[in-house]
Design a protein around this ligand. Structure first.
Ligand code: CTP
Ligand code: CA
Length: 226
């Protein structure tokens, strides 16, 4: 690595962050995607970097600029590509943060030519995408810390805790869709950080950069270095 090193409390640690949306092709000119900006993932990347970690970004298509001197960047489009890039580096990582808004479904077939309009109604058959966090959670080794995200609209804590258990996360960052000024596209966020042991920390409405620092603080408590 030729990244200049910064000393800090995460020096010597390797971090992988998935971020941004994924794009699932319908035909050569169209895709299915979502409004994820990648801002929260990048804020976490900056926090880790400024505290000494070597940060690997597995990044879906986003409009933000990423300094290639500071991060190792793997640019991907689809969920399948994101999975392959993440899987390729997962074993070397100390911390994995699954901040990407991965499309849950993709077209079952990608048309090789642009689909022409004809019928007044049309449908596209979708198939479930690989769950990146779930799959990599199965091969998490002792000492590795996995962080997930959840966006819920009802029974938030129950659903988030279930995702933490199912995907073998150590910490889950719960975004509530009901909070003003929080979430997609905003520079601010309000989250609840839920630990594996059930402990919950409410961030309050803060800049995403401040929420990122809080996540790192909670992560240090979750990490058990053997
Ligand atoms: N995730 C992932 N791969 C997927 C779907 C989700 O890695 N194919 C990760 C997200 O990055 C996030 C966590 O899993 O860290 C939870 O994502 P979320 O969309 O909230 O949960 P799902 O399991 O997809 O369930 P649902 O959308 O039905 O609530
Ligand atoms: Ca989902």
């Amino acid at each position: 690595e030729n990244f200049f090193s910064i000393s800090g409390d995460f020096s010597g640690k390797k971090v992988m962050i998935t971020l941004g949306p994924t794009q699932e092709a319908i035909d050569p000119v169209r895709f299915i995607s979502n409004h994820s900006s990648g801002k929260m993932g990048l804020a976490i990347a900056k926090a880790f970097r400024s505290r000494g970690a070597e940060v690997h970004l597995v990044c879906g298509p986003i409009a933000l600029s990423i300094d290639p001197q500071s991060y190792r960047v793997y640019s991907v489009k689809s969920a399948q590509e994101m999975y392959e890039a993440a899987k390729g580096i997962h074993a070397q990582m100390d911390y994995c943060v699954f901040a990407a808004a991965v499309a849950d479904y993709a077209p079952a077939q990608v048309a090789s030519e642009k689909i022409k309009k004809s019928d007044p109604e049309m449908s596209i058959l979708l198939k479930k995408n690989v769950d990146i966090a779930l799959e990599l959670g199965k091969s998490k080794r002792p000492g590795q810390v996995h962080v997930g995200f959840a966006l819920e609209t009802e029974k938030e804590e129950v659903h988030a805790k279930a995702k933490l258990d199912k995907k073998n996360f150590d910490l889950i960052v719960l975004n509530s869709a009901r909070d003003e000024g929080a979430g997609f596209q905003h520079d601010t966020n309000r989250v609840k950080l839920i630990h594996r042991d059930g402990r919950i920390v409410d961030s309050g409405l803060k800049l995403k950069s401040e929420v990122a620092e809080m996540i790192l603080e909670e992560l240090k408590k979750a990490a058990v270095w053997v």
